[in-house]
Each structure stands twice: as structure tokens, then as C-alpha cells.
Design a protein around this ligand. Structure first.
Ligand code: SAH
Ligand code: SF4
Ligand code: F3S
Length: 480
């Protein structure tokens, strides 16, 4: 795989101009500013975008005021996510008035959902590119330079950007995301992702392992493997390059458990995390692989969405309350009580009764998640739920149920953290604590944030920390 990060160092403005006269400014490279919204997948995609454009001589900047190109990598998951982007565009409109040549592009899920309609709805947008169209960005920018608006929202069945080494943006130099698949084939009735990200496809395991190896060499000590449903990762060599792969000994079909093992073997000091697991698909083979490798972190994000089987049916999640609890039991049996477990929960889904809501609260009591992301249901245009059901839970009721769920989660988070007081954990240091430069912070295997006095330690090192105190969000201790 080509190392783009290395290439970047070599691009001088003048040579960049010679390579791409149409795309770069006469007086130096054009500056690109990317802002990302939504899930980790989007943040990871922005790094792919930065990589593709760095090849063309574009330089990324963290300061919007000095940018020649502003990209918003957008999210459509809830109405509010889209509203945030529209508000942001209003602000950027102000910048564009002062700098009319500023190129404004919308990428990601909202671009995919709205397609060329975006250009009509938001006049300041020059360019719209969906998640599978990023290789086309140089051409699209060229089109805008010639005075046209540019749109590409083609969804691919194959694109995985497998050969692209992402340019790490806003990186702490210790932890990195590695995308292992794209799209989603589950049709959870509330969810817009299958429409904005297209069909599920898995990236070649060999390029994944290579990316992890390079990250380790550059000093990174943790990778998070990303996919909407990592448990359905499945890769097999395609007919057209089967012969070449067989020659290199790469002819086997690889499932998620096998991929995990391949990445875990890159180096014992490279931690491996992954997200998101799906309750209907997670296998004991995955759990057993986690148990076998010390460097595969003992933490699973396993979104329940609801604790009620009837709601789960309407959501088309493909499992029942009992099935979910059975999976949690398997996790605790194979990985022990200390394995971190978190969830996503939606309140006020179509037709949700008070009894069904209590089922969610009681599921939470049974599992005691370390952490949850909790949301009010937000109807998304074009989804199966929008077509089949009425969004009939009163907003006030949704909100009250959300508050009840948040309160319950805070109790569980604190309780789970209190159980860690007195224990010693191996912590990977990610940097200074947000509160004080005298303290460092990192995470333990179970994904809990651990804060401790700096001492002689630094970023990227592993230390053992004895936990002496906690809040609902943080463990506090000292190195031993
Ligand atoms: N692939 C992951 C989730 C991706 S979206 C999974 O299957 O779990 C992240 C979370 O957003 C979802 O888990 C869900 O809790 C929430 N979400 C998705 N659509 C939503 C909607 N229409 N309204 C409210 N929350 C939603
Ligand atoms: Fe959406 Fe369901 Fe796919 Fe997750 S698994 S992205 S919730 S459709
Ligand atoms: Fe949002 Fe798209 Fe991710 S809708 S949550 S950015 S896949």
C-alpha cells in the first residue's frame, strides 16, 4: 500500500502546481477545511477525503478562515443532525460573502439523502458528494472551478477505499479508526443509514492489517475497527483477482472473528477495538477470540435500542429481549464481569406504550450498561417506519421517557464505576486530562476513561493505575 502520509511531506507548493495546474492556486496549494458530523465512520471518511485531495496538492487546515475549500461531512441520522448542518451553512454563508471564491461542499449522508436537491435548498453549496463518490472529488472541484455546480451521489457496491492511506486529522497520535466495511444491509425500520450508505461490502483484510501495521510503526497504539455491523464482516477474494491473491496465499474467506485475530497479531502492544456489534449477529467465535488475545479490548458496544420484544419487532431489529439477554449472558460468561458493555437506546418509537417503555428500563436494570447513547425517536423520510407506522408518541412523552432512561443510566454508570475502585488497570495514555495539565488520561481495556497524576509518563505509554475514586464518567487513580 502506498504511504500517502510520506508523500505529503514532499509536496511543495510549486511542484504541486506543476502536477495539477487546474486544481491548485498559482501562489501555492489550496487549503482545505473539513468539518465532520455524525458517527465515527464519517470522521474516518474525512481522513480518506483529506488523503485523496492531498494527492492533488491540497493542504488541510484547522482554521476555517484561511480555507479555500470548506467541506461539511454530514449526518442524517436524526432531524436535529440535519438542522445542525443547515445552521452551520448559514454561518459559512457569512464567510462566503467576504470571500466569494470560497468553494463550499457538502459530503456524507445528508448529501446522499438530498442529492441535487441540496443545491436548490441551500444556495451557497457548490458541490455535493455522497459517501461512495470521494475519488471523484478532484474532478468535481474542477467542475466548480469552471463555473458549474457539481454533484455525485452514485452509491457503489464495491467501493471500500481499500488502497487509500487516510491522512489522520485532529489525531492524538495514539488511537486511530480503521474502516473495515461500508454500508448496511439491515433494514432497521427507523434507520436512514441503508439509504445513505448503500449496500454492505467488506474491505480486504490484507489492506486492513497493512494499515494497522503502518499505524503501529508510526507510534499508534490502538486501532478501532469500524463498521455499521462488524459482525457481518465477510470477505472473499473476487473472481477477477483470485489468481493473484492465491499466489500471495490470500485465498481464504475471512469472517469478523478471523479478522480480529489477524489484526491482534500485528503486535501485542497494539490494542484492538471495534464498533458496532449487532445483537443478532455477534458470535461466540468473536467472544472467544477476544478472550484469547490480551490486546483485544474487553469492551462491546451492543446497541439494544429497546428492551421490549414487540418494539424490537416493529423496529425490525431481528432479535427479541430474551435473545439480547442471552447474548449478554454469553459475554459475561466468556469475558467476565469486567467486560465493558454499552448501548444505544431510542425512546418513543412508533406505538411505544408505557409498558414497553418499562421493559426498556427493566432491561437496563438487568444488564447494567457502563454507558449508553440515548435518543428520542426522530422520524426519517423514506425509512420503513415512516412508511408503515405513525410517529404517534407525543414529543413531551418521548422527552419524559428519555429523561427516565438517562437517569437510570447515570445510576448504573456510577455503580459500575464504583465497583472498579480498588482495582488496578492497564491504561493506554492518550494525552493530558481535559481539566488539568498536571494529570494524564487514557482508557482501560473496558473503555473507561482513567485520570491520574502525570508523574514521568507520556502519551502512547502503558501504565498500571490503581483506582481510588470515581464519578459516573471517569475513574480516578494513581500509577503503581
Ligand atoms: N449501526 C449501528 C447504529 C448506527 S446509528 C447499530 O446498528 O447499532 C447510531 C444510533 O442512532 C442507533 O443505534 C440508534 O440508536 C440511533 N438512531 C438511528 N436512527 C434513529 C432515529 N430515526 N431516531 C433516533 N435515533 C436513531
Ligand atoms: Fe441502521 Fe440497523 Fe444498519 Fe445500524 S444495523 S446502521 S441501526 S439499519
Ligand atoms: Fe450519520 Fe451517516 Fe453515520 S447518517 S450516524 S453519518 S452513517
Amino acid at each position: 500500500m502506498k504511504d500517502l502520509i510520506g508523500d505529503l511531506d514532499f509536496i511543495e507548493p510549486s511542484t504541486a502546481n506543476e502536477q495539477q495546474p487546474a486544481l491548485t492556486k498559482k501562489d501555492g496549494s489550496r487549503k482545505l477545511y473539513i468539518e465532520s458530523y455524525g458517527c465515527q465512520m464519517n470522521f474516518s471518511d474525512s481522513e480518506i477525503v483529506a488523503s485523496i485531495l492531498s494527492k492533488e496538492g491540497f493542504e488541510t487546515t484547522q482554521r476555517i478562515e484561511e480555507a479555500d475549500i470548506v467541506f461539511l461531512n454530514t449526518c442524517s441520522i436524526r432531524e436535529k443532525a440535519e438542522q445542525t448542518v443547515r445552521n452551520r451553512l448559514q454561518h459559512i454563508n457569512g464567510l462566503k460573502r467576504q470571500k466569494p471564491e470560497l468553494l463550499v461542499g457538502v459530503l456524507g449522508c445528508m448529501a446522499e439523502r438530498l442529492k441535487s436537491r441540496f443545491l436548490e435548498e441551500e444556495r451557497i453549496v457548490d458541490l455535493v458528494a455522497g459517501p461512495d463518490a470521494y475519488r471523484d472529488l478532484p474532478a468535481l472541484i474542477g467542475q466548480v472551478d469552471e463555473g458549474q455546480k457539481a454533484v455525485n451521489t452514485f452509491l457503489s457496491r464495491e467501493e471500500t477505499y481499500a488502497d487509500i492511506s487516510p491522512v489522520r486529522l485532529n489525531s492524538n497520535g495514539v488511537t486511530a479508526f480503521v474502516s473495515i466495511m461500508r454500508g448496511c444491509d439491515n433494514m432497521c425500520s427507523f434507520c436512514v443509514v441503508p439509504f445513505t450508505r448503500g449496500r454492505e461490502r467488506s474491505r480486504s483484510p490484507y489492506t486492513i492489517v497493512e494499515e494497522a501495521r503502518q499505524l503501529f510503526q508510526q507510534g499508534y497504539r490502538e486501532v478501532t475497527l469500524l463498521g455499521q455491523n462488524v459482525d457481518s464482516y465477510k470477505w472473499s477474494p473476487q473472481e477477477n483477482n483470485k489468481a493473484r491473491l492465491e499466489k500471495a496465499g490470500h485465498s481464504e474467506t475471512v469472517n469478523f472473528a478471523e479478522l480480529l485475530e489477524m489484526v491482534a497479531r500485528v503486535h501485542p502492544d497494539l490494542r484492538v477495538r471495534f464498533s458496532t456489534s449487532h445483537p443478532k449477529d455477534i458470535t461466540e467465535q468473536v467472544l472467544e477470540t477476544m478472550a484469547r488475545y490480551e490486546n483485544i479490548c474487553k469492551y462491546i458496544h451492543l446497541p439494544a435500542q429497546s428492551g421490549s420484544t414487540t418494539v424490537l419487532d416493529r423496529m425490525n431489529r431481528g432479535y427479541s429481549r430474551e435473545w439480547y439477554l442471552y447474548k449478554v449472558e454469553a459475554i459475561r460468561r466468556i469475558l467476565g464481569e469486567e467486560c465493558g458493555l454499552s448501548s444505544d437506546i431510542i425512546t418513543g418509537f412508533c406505538g411505544e406504550t408505557e409498558e414497553e417503555h418499562f421493559d426498556t428500563l427493566s432491561l437496563m436494570d438487568k444488564v447494567e450498561f457502563d454507558f449508553s447513547y440515548m435518543f428520542m425517536y426522530s422520524e426519517r423520510p423514506g425509512t420503513p417506519a415512516e412508511k408503515k407506522f405513525r410517529d404517534d408518541v407525543d414529543p413531551e412523552v418521548k422527552k419524559r421517557r428519555l429523561e427516565e432512561i438517562i437517569r437510570r443510566q447515570s445510576i448504573h454508570s456510577l455503580g459500575r464505576n464504583q465497583r472498579d475502585v480498588g482495582k488496578t488497570f492497564r491504561v493506554l495514555i492518550e494525552g493530558e486530562s481535559k481539566r488539568s495539565a498536571d494529570f494524564l488520561q487514557g482508557r482501560n481495556s473496558a473503555n473507561k476513561v482513567v485520570v491520574f497524576p502525570r508523574g514521568n509518563n507520556g502519551k502512547g505509554e502503558y501504565v498500571n493505575v490503581l483506582i481510588e475514586d470515581c464519578t459516573g464518567a471517569t475513574l480516578i487513580g494513581k500509577t503503581v
